[in-house]
Design a protein around this ligand. Sequence first.
Ligand SMILES: [Zn+2]
Length: 226
Amino acid sequence: MRPETLPCCHLCGERCAVEEIAGAGFGRAADLRCEACSAEAPGFARAFAFGPYSGNLRALIRLHKFEGTQELAVPLGARLATVLRSVAAETEAPVLHVVAVPLFGSRRRYNQSEQMADAALRELRRSGEAGRFLAAHRVLRRVRATESQSHLTPAQRKKNVRGAFAVRGDVIGWTAVVVDDVYTTGATAAECTRTLREAGAANVYVVTLARTQPERVERWGALDLG
Ligand SMILES: [Zn+2]
């Protein structure tokens, strides 16, 4: 079987190895776990992505993020809205607080994740589906700058973002939806989740537009993601 046709971990979306699938037997797709999630469940309930970080999606994300093409927030937000619908279908929580991963200071003129999240919420509002979603970007802030993640290994990324975020305000009992553009190793998503959970959030979902898969890159350093 070609790697890209293998099913993905139900929790984090990582493409599973043949051995992991064989180990899971012929159970439900919802029971499939990658090696990392089997060893230790991630802090978030589940991570959703619109698609793989490749082709047009990758090109659009990079134009939006690095080239200042802010109008792309609208079509990217429409794609993100479909992912938010999946979260709404997954949980019965009455309110879903949408929190974009914050940037540090003013390194960029705009936060691409926040723009996309807001565009997605506008899209859902237009179709009358935004009822349970509430934008709450301000509760999470970045308290220190982090090194660019592009040349770091998964373990180094984890260390790099440790303690980088803080909660401002009351999130006790919240079901939060952390929004980012790309899920690479999950280090940023996991750290945002940890910060929110420690401050009292009951549940965290992670929503990204794209997700990388390890077999697509020779090494993590091949990606220049923030
Ligand atoms: Zn997993």
